[in-house]
Write a protein that binds this ligand. Structure first.
Ligand code: ACO
Length: 384
């Protein structure tokens, strides 16, 4: 059975910073309350040109660069997001086109803040089953666009950003050692965007009532999170045949420092073995764990060969975890040819995408809409 190794990682944080002090000028809150209740000092806010796809693309591109893998070698793209570009097409398909990943399948995965962990679990199993060799997992969120900026109970928590990892098949033991995914749909209303889906389609009334914004029962979500993080971490460690002492680093979903501290206490692990960066980004939902992993590597807290436990939880309610032996990017330096291909590949992908759109338009003008008689058995349009 092949192993699913993490061979690349990347992140994107929009440059605009929103501090607690700035927030307290628009809602009735203050820096001291936010810091003591959540640990968050500031968060990033997507600019007018940033979307879940553009940010996911930036993170994916960096992850592929670290892995030394071309987009044309990617077999599958899974984008975990609660704030997709559209209801459809999937954000993953928009990213697939931007990357020029012409051989890849692509779909979105919705599991709230546990989305990235669901995608990692699924992606690793697709590789272990031998179905694919290279899987790109992305978490990308523009939560600022569904946040009610006059609701002080939620607007202090969330931020925007994206993170990605590349999983690659290998015969060497390591990579994703174990994983689990769980859900409890009975708690769905605790964290919900009530309107905009088929249950309550968007209307003037739903917008007037602010039903397209995040609504949350903070205390209940807090209680749920403190219960599941400990349980999920223990379960994946045991499933991997390890003990908590074998784990060098824990990277939990970055929702609230008090949830993370409670997990550290119940797992009986020192806080130095837990990675926290929520003070800079707030809760970025599906993006929080891959962004944290990138920063853990960058600041020397996570090294090749280290065993790391990741735990996500969120809307659904959902939770998911994995024990991972961290990988290393390839040692070989890319050849000059490969470097040249890498530099050219994204402009070429953009040009290809434009050319395909134009061709589709020309084909439609020349041949009109396909009637049953004008389409052959393979679905190709017959020339008139
Ligand atoms: N500034 C000042 N006061 C506030 C603020 C604020 N921003 N927000 C709430 N308060 C007030 C409340 O009105 C309340 O006042 P009252 O006692 O007079 O009624 C008081 O502070 C305490 O409110 P609580 O809601 O009990 O505060 P709590 O300590 O529970 O903290 C928080 C609230 C931070 C939201 C916490 O419950 C939490 O972090 N919950 C988990 C949220 C979370 O992680 N969600 C994401 C999950 S992942 C996903 O899928 C998106």
């Amino acid at each position: 059975m092949p192993y699913a190794h993490v061979v690349g990682w990347g992140k994107y944080a929009p440059p605009k910073i929103l501090t607690n002090a700035e927030l307290s000028r628009t809602v009735d809150t203050n820096d001291e309350w936010i810091v003591t209740r959540t640990g968050i000092h500031e968060r990033r806010i997507a600019g007018p040109k940033d979307t879940a796809a553009t940010m996911g693309f930036a993170a994916a591109r960096e992850a592929l660069d670290v892995a030394g893998i071309l987009p044309t070698d990617v077999d599958l793209i899974i984008c975990a997001t609660a704030t997709p570009e559209y209801i459809f097409p999937a954000t993953a398909c928009v990213i697939q086109d931007m990357l020029g990943a012409v051989k890849a399948g692509a779909f979105d995965l919705s599991a709230g803040c546990a989305g990235f962990m669901y995608a990692l679990s699924l992606g690793s199993q697709v590789i272990q089953a031998g179905a694919h060799r290279v899987v790109l997992i992305i978490g990308s969120e523009t939560l600022s666009r569904i946040t009610n900026w006059s609701d002080r109970g939620t607007c202090i928590l969330f931020g925007d950003g994206a993170g990605a990892v590349v999983l690659q098949a290998s015969d060497q033991p390591g990579g994703v050692l174990s994983s689990l995914v769980r859900a409890d749909g009975s708690g769905g209303e605790m964290l919900i965007v009530p309107a905009g889906g088929s249950h309550q389609p968007a209307s003037v009334q739903t917008v007037r009532e602010g039903l397209h914004y995040i609504q949350m029962n903070g205390r209940e979500v807090f209680r749920f999170a403190t219960r599941v993080v400990d349980r999920a971490a223990r379960e994946v460690v045991e499933k991997a045949g390890l003990t908590l002492d074998d784990i060098q680093l824990f990277v939990p979903h970055q929702a609230n420092l008090r949830i993370i501290q409670a997990a550290a206490r119940s797992l009986d692990i020192p806080e130095e073995r837990i990675f926290v960066n929520l003070e800079k980004y707030g809760n970025t939902s599906s993006a929080s764990i891959p962004m944290a992993l990138c920063e853990a590597v960058a600041c020397g807290r996570l090294h090749p060969g280290d065993r790391v436990v990741l735990v996500g939880f969120g809307a659904g309610l959902t939770w998911a975890a994995a024990a991972v032996q961290w990988g290393a990017p390839p040692e070989r330096k890319p050849s000059r040819m490969r470097r040249a291909i890498r530099a050219a590949i994204y402009p070429v992908a953009a040009a290809r995408s434009r050319a395909v759109r134009v061709l589709r338009h020309v084909e439609a003008r020349l041949f009109g809409s396909p009637s049953p008689k004008s389409v052959d058995e393979d679905g190709d349009t017959k020339k008139k």
